[in-house]
Design a protein around this ligand. Structure first.
Ligand SMILES: C[S@@+](CC[C@H](N)C(=O)[O-])C[C@H]1O[C@@H](n2cnc3c(N)ncnc32)[C@H](O)[C@@H]1O
Length: 329
């Protein structure tokens, strides 16, 4: 039994090819009439730590509520997962949720941790391997919104994709459908998907969860600009930007933005010399959507993406749901 984790396809943001790609992507978002930066840029090592702090905030109910669903329904979840499966944790973060499942006796044969925040994932996975050396562990450092290749030698049988924390909400519903379809295509009928989904609820609860009194979510949001500065040598001054988060009931989504406190210009070098974007006071950069679903709406999305045998567990207040589904035969 090896005490080592196996690392596969680790993203190197600084390689010329990756860096050129992310420069193109960031420039395209920043130079739009309504500027945007994708939420994956929240996650450098500090961003991952700030997210862990968010999960401890009193206002941030999703992590606690999802954990309570796991505790309450553990026997049924264990039965649904069965034995001898490979758990593929998409956006594993600290690997904490997988670790809690393993320590509760829900043990896969193999654990595959996938995350864009490569250093944080590697450290977290190595720690988990020290705790549970009998489980084979593989780390994959990729941006799964672009490419998503699993190791060639990963068995197709009994693949269970694990996508907790309602991260699926970062995709628009049509993009979420396409992403889920891509997961169905990477498993056979012996596999499954275990996914956590935040449900539509009173807007005051949602607003507070994404704009906490302590300001940790604000720091998490603004850290994205620090990360972008590091990646493409941009000159965002974090003090010029304030966190804005609100529930958009029409589209059933939380929106997070960064709002310019004054008129300013942001510069970054590029192949042509220099790019710049001017902002007027009050102008925003859209940094995240977090779509909320009804149980029926998410069930329909799973079915349309090629899943069947859909099971759902929820908490007594109906705030959050955990789904398990199999690929339709
Ligand atoms: C909201 S956190 C959730 C972490 C953990 N799964 C949980 O439920 O608490 C999202 C995680 O997904 C990762 N992530 C975000 N976008 C990603 C992408 N495009 N490709 C791979 N990982 C991504 C982040 O680094 C982060 O660890």
């Amino acid at each position: 039994m090896s005490s080592e984790v196996r690392l596969h396809q680790i993203l190197d943001w600084d390689s010329p090819q990756q860096n050129a790609r992310l420069r193109r992507e960031l420039a395209a978002g920043l130079l739009q009439a309504k500027a945007s930066i994708a939420p994956k840029f929240f996650y450098d090592r500090l961003g991952s730590r700030l997210f862990e702090a968010i999960t401890e905030l009193p206002e941030y109910y999703p992590t606690r509520t999802e954990a309570a669903i796991f505790s309450e329904h553990l026997p049924a979840i264990r039965q649904a997962l069965g034995q001898g499966f490979t758990l593929i944790d998409l956006g594993c973060g600290s690997c904490g949720k997988a670790g809690r499942l393993f320590h509760a006796g829900v043990l896969p044969s193999r654990y595959v941790a996938v995350d864009i925040s490569v250093d944080f994932m590697r450290d977290s996975l190595q720690q988990l391997k020290r705790e549970l050396p009998a489980i084979e562990m593989i780390g994959i450092g990729i941006d799964f919104t672009h490419e998503f290749e699993l190791p060639d030698d990963l068995p197709l049988k009994r693949r269970v994709f694990f996508y907790p924390g309602s991260s699926i909400g970062n995709f628009s519903p049509p993009d979420a459908g396409r992403f889920l379809r891509g997961l169905a295509d990477r498993m056979d009928a012996s596999g499954g998907l275990l996914i956590g989904v935040d449900l539509i609820k009173a807007s005051a609860l949602l607003d507070a969860a994404y704009d906490d009194a302590l300001g940790v979510t604000a720091a998490f949001n603004r850290n994205l600009l620090r990360h972008v500065n590091v990646r493409i040598d941009a000159d965002f001054d974090l003090r010029d930007w304030q966190h804005v988060a609100f529930y958009n009931a029409t589209d059933a989504r939380i929106e997070m933005h960064l709002e310019a406190r004054r008129a300013l210009t942001v510069n970054w070098p590029d192949a042509a010399g220099r790019s710049l974007r001017q902002f007027v006071a009050g102008e925003r950069i859209h940094t995240e959507n977090s779509y909320k679903y009804s149980p029926e709406g998410f069930t329909a999305l799973l079915a349309s993406a090629g899943f069947s045998d859909i099971r759902m567990w929820t908490d007594p207040r109906g705030w959050f749901a955990l789904f398990f589904a199999r690929r339709a035969e």
